[in-house]
Ligand binder design. Sequence first.
Ligand code: MLT
Length: 264
Amino acid sequence: MTDNNITLLLIHGFPLSRQMWQPAIMSLRQRTMCRILAPDLRGFGESGLLQISHGNHDDVVTMDDFADDLLKLCHKENAERLVVAGLSMGGYVAMAMANRAEPLLAGIILCDTKATADTASMAAARRELAADLTSGNKTPADLADAMLPRLVSPATLSGTRAGDDALLTEIREVLCSHHPLGLVAAARGMAERRDSTELLASLDLPILALCGEDDALSPPDEMQRLATLLRRGTFTTIPDAGHLAPWESPNLFADAVAEFIERF
Ligand code: MLT
């Protein structure tokens, strides 16, 4: 294990929190000496609901807003050689960070995410969800019920392996734990996000694209296609894992991340 002065910033997805990284962090600690930061994004987990409103937007937090929050955190922590790893929405935030502060980044890890913007119908569905959560027509628990079966692999969902049931219970608890307004602001922010394909293709940085083999939301073939557009991209899959691959398979995730980081 070398200490290469890297800070690894782990950015959670929607509607999750830094809790999703805990098992992976335990595995990473056995494989790398790098410093690890895993904050809750604004409006999620234990971040509180402070400053959801931003500028002229009411109740919207864009991917750029999240990126600015994290850049401030990295500055405060004196993180000079930064590897940013983002899962799904966290990947959108990592791309926004690369757009705003490329020189700060030593590398990027994109987990179960995509570079494309929402289609008109996807954006409309997010705005409808935001309206339903605002009015109370839907609750975070309704969202959890709808999302959970699509977030994990069939193997995890079947609950047949040791630990699967506990993992499903923990994921559901996290999905249900957020204030609806945090979810509303991020859902509207995701609907506004840019296509980052050209940005990623222009970056002269090592980028690891990592995907659960059974990810139904950001399928491996799409991530593999993205990796081929990258100047210094590599692609790897995690077997028997879905959209939450780092949480479902923390050891395999940590193997891939530690190998990537050791190169620096
Ligand atoms: C996530 O896991 O962060 C979401 O699937 C992202 C999205 O809804 O696009």
